[in-house]
Design a protein around this ligand. Structure first.
Ligand code: SAM
Ligand code: SF4
Length: 327
């Protein structure tokens, strides 16, 4: 079936990032304030049946790929039941997960059985004291989670590292070596001014062009490709299988290829990570609309997608935290 979701700028929406909770067991300083606890109430979360209904509608309109995210998706109870429901929907070909990996050791095998095909995991440092300072959590749990996921057969696992000046930028080479050793794919991310926390972290912004130049002094980096698309530009380390992606929303935006929208845990569709354009689906779902009406609302929502973010021009624009929309 052809894709019926084209935005006003001619971009086809074939990817939904689905935030299943705004809660998290970590407090990465660039994402959520320390001690933050003002979360959505459970009655405001979409139920699994409501989520599946929305994703079915997206699938019928031409969306093929869903990434579960959060907050931390693995803190939502019985997540594998939802994954099972989504995996059986017509048209949905790819289910993936973004996680902080703290709970991956308990869940990896069940996630794989339920239908998750690919995992991205956040890891900004390999030093336990730094990990604690950045996230308030324990590094060992994350490493154990990653190794368990690898044993469960997930490949490639992608490691996402937010690179921050004077916080962890001295570890980019260590992270390359870590990913080489464990056959992980590595992606560096620039800090974005999303929420007060993201804006505060803007002081630590470092352009990934600088990081790439530094890596080129140590490694031969060849132009690389990564199946699955997405915003990262990839290189491959010569003589190895390691691919390194650079996600540069600040220094080189990639909005013209944006193919995604975000569904928050409370049923709000966000059209852009860096703008406020949104469409509330929960009241509609709970007012008894038909499936055809739901699809018409999704088409209207996609028409609200802005051309691009304005992180550089208007860094104060987005007040919600990244944990609400799942990155
Ligand atoms: N909890 C999961 C995790 O950490 O992977 C999924 C949600 S998290 C919001 C998704 C991604 O957003 C993570 O890779 C995280 O590093 C990134 N992120 C959060 N705040 C950010 C910011 N201000 N700038 C850049 N990336 C950010
Ligand atoms: Fe939690 Fe992910 Fe945000 Fe860190 S980046 S606080 S792990 S949601």
């Amino acid at each position: 079936m052809s894709n019926q979701l084209t935005d006003p700028f001619g971009r086809e929406i074939e990817y939904v990032r689905l935030s299943v909770t705004d809660r998290c067991d970590l407090r990465c300083h660039y994402c959520m304030p320390k001690g933050f606890n003002d979360f959505e109430e459970p009655e405001d979360w979409l139920s699994f049946d409501e989520i599946a209904r929305v994703i079915r509608a997206f699938g019928e309109l031409g969306t093929r790929r869903i990434r579960l995210t959060g907050g931390e998706p693995l803190v939502r109870k019985n997540l594998t039941d939802l994954i099972g429901q989504l995996a059986s929907l017509p048209g949905i070909e790819d289910l993936s997960l973004s996680t902080n990996a703290t709970r991956l050791a308990q869940h990896a095998s069940a996630l794989r059985r339920a239908g998750i095909s690919r995992i991205n995991a956040s890891l900004d440092t390999l030093r336990a004291d730094r990990f604690k300072a950045i996230t308030q959590g324990k590094l060992e749990k994350v490493i154990h989670g990653l190794m368990t996921a690898k044993q469960a057969g997930f490949a490639p696992i992608k490691i996402n590292m937010v690179v921050m000046k004077d916080i962890n930028d001295d570890e980019v080479e260590d992270m390359v070596e870590f990913c080489l050793k464990h056959d992980f794919t590595l992606r560096f991310i620039e800090t974005m001014p999303v929420g007060d926390t993201g804006r505060a972290a803007s002081d630590q912004f470092i352009s990934l062009q600088t990081v790439q130049q530094r890596l080129e002094q140590r490694y031969e980096l060849l132009p690389g490709m990564m199946p699955g698309g997405g915003p990262a530009r990839y290189v491959q380390v010569a003589g190895t299988e390691l691919r390194i992606g650079f996600i540069t929303p600040m220094s080189q935006h990639f909005c013209e290829t944006c193919n995604r929208v975000r569904l928050a845990a409370d049923g709000t569709l966000y059209m852009c990570l860096g703008q406020d354009n949104k469409y509330e689906l929960r009241p509609l779902l709970r007012s008894g609309i038909s499936d055809d009406e739901l699809k018409q609302h999704i088409i209207k929502a996609v028409n609200l997608k802005p051309e691009r973010h304005e992180f550089n021009e208007k860094p104060g624009q987005v007040i919600r935290f990244m944990s609400m929309t799942g990155g």
